[in-house]
Design a protein around this ligand. Structure first.
Ligand code: SF4
Length: 439
């Protein structure tokens, strides 16, 4: 026999935009099998979609929350007043959750937590962590969409708009489900991870009974406590990143930072309009290594950007040798249709020069990378196994992201399983990979 459908009483206040939000939330709830009731008393839970436009609207919202609490007791608050949750918490500390305007996902998550949907054999074919295209032991975690930067070679902001950060509670709940489903490594992605939360003014949201700020540091710290490896991608070298490096030193987050520097010469960076292009990046990297000596930095670069002179390129090579980044990729500049860089009226770099610069860049980096890797010979490294065979396995160290960095090949006397995190004694290194024995 099917369990009875959980019942929700819904109060919708405010303008037509709020009404549309209510319709969306109710549509999702209905599609998940929840029923609506007309009275608070007959419901398992009450949702109040508030309006905070005028003082009178706020007062009406607060009255409705009070009424729902006294008539039912289990109340979730959403809508405009949810953007300033203190006003509600101060007066009604026992509301179950407060989510902001248009945060549909958060409302649904809060409902699921307080009142799980009835079992549905059709919908339940989808696992709670959603359908993933990555192997079971690692997963990408997208924390925002769009980008507030305007790099001249890039059309992503045109395609995807400005930065829209996901509520931090939603991200953490997704991460938690992934870890519960067997994910051992979370790869944090966005267009600009260090800018996370700027657009929502670092709004707090509830997670595991605590209020968490939508800030790069807070998000990283919380993710670091879920029991999986946490790898940060697409970070820019802003000063506030220093605080996250400390989390790496404390072992909460992998000592790995993916920073797409793209160039080092101030002239080229300026023409590229790169974020943080005025930062003294070499000093920054030096400081990060002081905070966390284990840190590995991976980056990508573009050679042959319009206007790049021989001096700019030499500057880049010197910078590269000084920075000694662990992992580096390089691209020859290609114009993207619709990008501002096409209208900069800077002289294009001829293809053969681009190729020469690319070759020199790669040779310089290969030497650096070989040195870095040979310094790991003799060490015991933690390795996550991506592919396992009867006598050996292919995996990655904390300094290797899947698909883009190198591998660790480990011989083993016992069978290893995909997703295991094992210790490997490194015996040999080549230009990109390490080889050793599982211990
Ligand atoms: S390249 Fe620049 S503009 Fe494009 S997504 Fe990255 S930071 Fe944003």
């Amino acid at each position: 026999m099917n369990a009875p459908a959980p019942k929700i009483s819904f109060v919708s206040l405010g303008c037509p935009k709020a009404l549309v939000d209510s319709e969306r939330i109710i549509t999702s709830l209905r599609s998940e099998g929840y029923e609506l009731t007309r009275t608070h008393a007959g419901a398992d839970l009450v949702i109040v979609n508030t309006c905070g436009f005028l003082d009178s609207a706020k007062a009406e919202s607060l009255d409705n929350i009070g009424k729902a609490l006294s008539e039912n007791g289990k109340v979730i608050v959403t809508g405009c007043m949810g953007a300033e949750p203190e006003q509600i918490r101060d007066r009604f500390p026992n509301v179950l959750a407060i989510t902001g305007p248009q945060a549909y996902e958060s409302v649904l998550e809060a409902v699921h937590e307080a009142l799980p949907p009835a079992h549905d054999p059709y919908v339940d074919l989808v696992p709670p962590q959603g359908v993933k295209l990555t192997p079971r032991h690692y997963a990408y975690l997208k924390i925002s969409e769009g980008c507030n930067n305007r790099c001249s070679f890039c059309i992503i902001p045109k395609l995807r708009g400005d930065l829209v950060s996901r509520p931090v509670g939603d991200i953490l709940r997704e991460a938690e489900k992934l870890v519960a489903a067997g994910v051992r490594e979370l790869l944090v992605i966005s267009q600009d991870t260090s800018a996370y939360g700027v657009d929502i003014r670092y709004a707090t949201s509830a997670f595991q009974g605590r209020q968490v700020r939508a800030k790069f540091l807070d998000l990283s710290r919380e993710l670091g406590q879920l029991g999986a490896w946490v790898r940060l991608h697409y970070v820019y070298p802003y000063p506030h990143v220093d605080e996250v490096i400390q989390l790496m030193a404390d072992g909460l987050v992998l000592p790995y930072l993916d920073i797409p520097f793209q160039h080092a010469s101030p002239n080229v960076l300026k023409a590229m309009k790169r974020p943080a292009h005025q930062e003294k990046t070499l000093d920054r990297i030096r400081k990060w290594r002081e905070i966390c000596p284990e840190l590995g930095v991976r980056s990508t670069f573009i050679v042959g950007f319009p206007g790049e002179t021989d001096e700019d390129f030499e500057f880049l090579l010197d910078w590269l040798k000084e920075a000694r980044l662990e992992r580096v990729g390089c691209f020859k500049y290609e114009p993207v249709k619709g990008a501002v860089a096409n209208d900069l009226s800077l002289p294009a770099v001829p293809n053969e020069i681009k190729q020469q610069r690319y070759n020199r860049f790669m040779a310089a980096q290969q030497a650096i990378s070989a040195k870095v890797l040979s310094s790991r010979v003799g060490k015991r490294l933690k390795v996550i196994i991506d592919e396992a065979g009867p006598t050996g396995a292919k995996g990655r160290s904390v300094w290797d992201a899947p698909e883009i960095d190198g591998n660790v090949y480990a011989a083993s006397r016992r069978p290893l399983r995909t997703g295991d995190i094992v210790t490997v004694k490194i015996e040999r290194a080549d230009a990109y990979d390490l080889h050793g024995q599982a211990v």
